[in-house]
Design a protein around this ligand. Structure first.
Ligand SMILES: [Zn+2]
Length: 148
């Protein structure tokens, strides 16, 4: 029986989205660096297994799109630029410039993957049980993890 991923495994895997191939070593339950949805898809997978995960980004919120006079943008701001500003409640937010008109700019505070389907090709390279120390620290030790 090949080792399979369970809730206390340390798994080394690659995940590829379009041309971007990344290799990571993760402790299940503490996979902050993984794209959302990949952790759940890893459970029960065996070493050497390859599979595809489709992940929906957060819902697109039209309320996060606003138009402002062009004069409120820093001069020369290009289309697609990311701006940082506080929102109505004082929370810092990033805004993407999604339209530049003659007098009006449109800013979108939705995450870039809002309303989009993402497609990851995943391969499980190795799986092992986490050590008690790793579980206590909530991160991976050794190769691909913390060295301390
Ligand atoms: Zn540690």
């Amino acid at each position: 029986m090949p080792e399979t991923v369970n809730t206390t495994s340390v798994a080394k895997l690659t995940h590829q989205e379009r041309e971007e191939l990344l290799q990571v070593t993760v402790l299940m339950g503490h996979t902050d660096g993984l794209p959302a949805g990949l952790e759940a898809a890893l459970l029960g997978r065996a070493v050497g297994e390859r599979f595809v995960v489709e992940v929906s980004g957060p819902a697109f919120d039209i309320g996060l799109v606003q138009s402002i006079p062009l004069t409120e943008l820093p001069a020369g701001t290009p289309l697609g630029a990311l701006l940082y500003a506080a929102d109505d409640t004082g929370q810092p937010r990033s805004y993407r410039v999604t339209k530049l008109g003659d007098h009006i700019a449109e800013l979108d505070a939705n995450p870039e993957d809002a309303g989009q389907q993402r497609h990851f090709e995943v391969e499980v390279l190795t799986v092992r049980a986490a050590t008690p120390e790793e579980l206590a620290h909530r991160h991976v030790h050794g190769e691909g993890g913390h060295r301390h």
